[in-house]
Design a protein around this ligand. Structure first.
Ligand SMILES: Cc1ncc(COP(=O)(O)O)c(C=O)c1O
Length: 409
């Protein structure tokens, strides 16, 4: 259950940390992580998670993943640095992504990390590292691309029926100090119906690789793209039914269990959740600064923006917490952001009580929010982790100098 936010609590947090802030509940993240793991392990015990850093790379969160034995799925040297500074051992970092800093790839490979090759353009660099360090065994993965019936032609990885796929696998098989540890895939559409094809495609690719190249990857990673928990109001607007973690596990892990039944060398099944575990663990709080009528329409402006919450075109889950001033009843009032963008509307047609100084609290802000907020006309706000009665500042509000010290004045 998320912490109930009272007037007293929000007034005191606002006094200490500003008129807008994120409220993380890291305990919710941890519960989601454990529940998702249990759902997949129920069918296939050789299971682990490579948490998608890009979804929400808050150190407090990624340290939970690390403590629970999960891997870090990173897609840039910046994310790799977050993992290392958060105490993740290189051996539990997996670097995905289409473009990689080649020097950093070398650093990760030589310290025992894993790199998922996305295209043949990465081969020359890896060949040079392998030749110059014959005493190091380098751990590689290959990103696989196949049809899962979702109508999308993904631009990532290797077409498993293409010539380049053969080239990269022969290269790995023929180079003595390269080890194919991982086959990886990810598909963006989150409907569980595509997870059967994900698992099928991966298992078929695995069998082919074992047979044709004599390579035996130890991890089969079928990516992220799982819906997290959300209130009915959000489900209805996104046109999603009641989907549980088990719906995904049933489609994928069950197939793995059948495929590898009685096989002592069965590989680990990995997934790369982001939204599934981070989505509902964060709320965004923002104070109402003005309420005004313009040509028959009422607008309330907050010191937050759509850019803080990464939700547009819908009414995100929201509650109003009174700030203490006398409220008035409004009908069809729009709650709008501080930016000068007309479309920066956080809540359309709000009907209910409101006063300047009240707080809007927007739920399900944990994924692609903080990490995607640009410094558009204001630096970003603080992030607090709230656990029972304990409040911990885990990111202070950004200052002007945080953002502008790279410019020349
Ligand atoms: C390779 C990869 N893995 C995992 C994820 C996480 O996806 P989600 O947040 O839908 O779980 C993404 C998201 O884009 C991704 O590109």
């Amino acid at each position: 259950m998320p912490k109930i936010l009272t007037t007293d609590l929000l007034n005191s947090l606002s006094e200490a940390y500003g008129d807008a802030f994120y409220l993380l509940e890291s305990t919710t993240f941890e519960e989601n992580y454990k529940e998702l793991t249990a759902a997949f392990k129920a069918y296939y015990p050789k299971f682990n998670i490579a948490y998608s850093y890009k979804t929400n790379y808050t150190p407090k969160i990624v340290q939970i993943v690390n403590r629970l034995g999960g891997y870090a799925e990173v897609v840039s040297e910046m994310e790799m640095e977050i993992a290392l500074r958060s105490g993740v051992p290189a051996s539990r970092i997996v670097w995905n992504g289409p473009i990689k800093n080649q020097n950093k790839v070398k650093e990760l490979l030589l310290t025992g990390g894993m790199v998922n090759v996305d295209s043949v353009y990465e081969i020359e660099n890896i060949r040079a590292i392998a030749e110059n360090h014959p005493d190091h065994m380098l751990n590689l993965g290959v990103r696989c691309n196949y049809d899962v019936g979702d109508g999308v032609v993904s631009r990532f990885g290797f077409d498993v029926y293409g010539q380049d796929f053969d080239t990269v696998l022969r290269f790995i098989a023929d180079t003595p100090n390269l080890r194919l540890v991982n086959l990886q895939a990810h598909f963006a559409k989150r409907s569980p119906e595509f997870w059967t094809a994900r698992a099928e495609g991966m298992l078929k690719t695995y069998d082919t690789i074992v047979q044709k190249y004599g390579l035996k990857p130890e991890h089969l990673d079928i990516g992220g793209g799982i819906f997290g928990k959300m209130p009915d109001l959000l489900r209805e607007q996104l046109k999603i039914g009641k989907i549980t973690y088990d719906d995904y596990a049933k489609q994928a892990a069950k197939q793995f269990a059948e495929h590898f039944k009685g096989n002592p060398d069965a590989p680990y099944l990995f997934i790369e959740p982001g939204s599934a575990v981070a989505g509902d663990c964060m709320r965004f709080v923002s104070k109402i600064k003005t309420i005004k009528d313009v040509r028959g329409k009422t607008f309330a402006t907050v010191i937050g923006s759509q850019k803080n919450i990464s939700m547009s075109g819908i009414n995100p889950p929201m509650e109003i917490v009174a700030g203490g001033k006398t409220q008035k009843q409004y009908n069809n009032l729009d709650i709008v952001g501080f930016t000068c963008i007309e479309g920066d509307v956080l809540q359309k047609n709000y009907c209910g009580n409101l006063a300047v100084g009240d707080y809007i609290v927007i739920g399900n802000c944990g994924s692609y929010s903080l990490v995607m907020k640009p410094p558009f006309i204001l630096p970003n706000c603080a992030v607090l982790d709230i656990n029972g009665d304990k409040v911990e500042l885990i990111k202070r509000a950004e200052t002007f100098d945080d953002l502008f010290h790279t410019f020349k004045f």
